[in-house]
Design a protein around this ligand. Structure first.
Ligand SMILES: [Zn+2]
Length: 191
């Protein structure tokens, strides 16, 4: 009862009235639905929809093994969702869809994704370049959170503010290691 009361106090009166009428479980479902429609934003281009099963990636010149391990864990996080497509390491392919590297650079970001858009709203060359910044010496779990976010960019998602989404900025470190419903809905919309 204490937990339910705590939720209700921060809830608009209209939602609270609904919740009282139909019970907590449905109430939670309504809350999830209520934030879905507007939570994701799009980069403006993405992979060709025929080439996301899999989205191939390859590690090039990774100096910090925590980055590689975190990335692989983030791959599992995304692949466990219902989002279309999946990520798959291609350790020898010459033209992967994500080129993953790391380097030390002074910018105040944990990683960056570089891409350009063709006229048909696909990534040029059907690929993106993802570079992790070794400046902050993040551990495996922290790199997992960052990689989950960057893989959202690779899918074609842009930043959002507020709530616990993979694409939320600034990064919400305590939001768990799964993309949110809204992240997945954004990917569903694109593909
Ligand atoms: Zn970002």
């Amino acid at each position: 009862m204490i937990h339910i009361g705590s939720i209700a106090r921060s809830t608009p009166a209209r939602m609270l009235a609904t919740a009282v009428g139909i019970g907590l479980f449905t109430y939670v479902m309504l809350l999830a639905t209520a934030t879905t429609a507007v939570a994701y934003t799009l980069l403006g281009c993405a992979y060709d929809s025929g080439s996301i099963s899999p989205i191939t990636y390859r590690f090039f010149s990774i100096s910090d093994s925590d980055i590689e391990t975190g990335f692989v864990e983030a791959e599992v996080d995304w692949d466990l969702t219902s989002a279309p497509g999946y990520f798959d390491e291609c350790s020898i392919c010459l033209d992967p869809e994500i080129n993953v590297t790391d380097d030390y650079y002074e910018d105040n970001n944990y990683a960056q994704v570089a891409y350009s858009c063709d006229g048909d709203d696909t990534f040029s060359g059907n690929e993106v370049n993802m570079q992790f910044n070794t400046k902050y010496d993040l551990d495996e779990d922290e790199n997992q959170v960052i990689a989950m976010h960057e893989m959202g960019h690779a899918y074609g998602l842009d930043h959002v503010t507020g709530s616990c989404h993979a694409m939320t900025v600034p990064i919400r470190w305590t939001c768990g290691d799964r993309p949110s419903f809204d992240d997945v809905n954004g990917v569903d919309y694109i593909y």
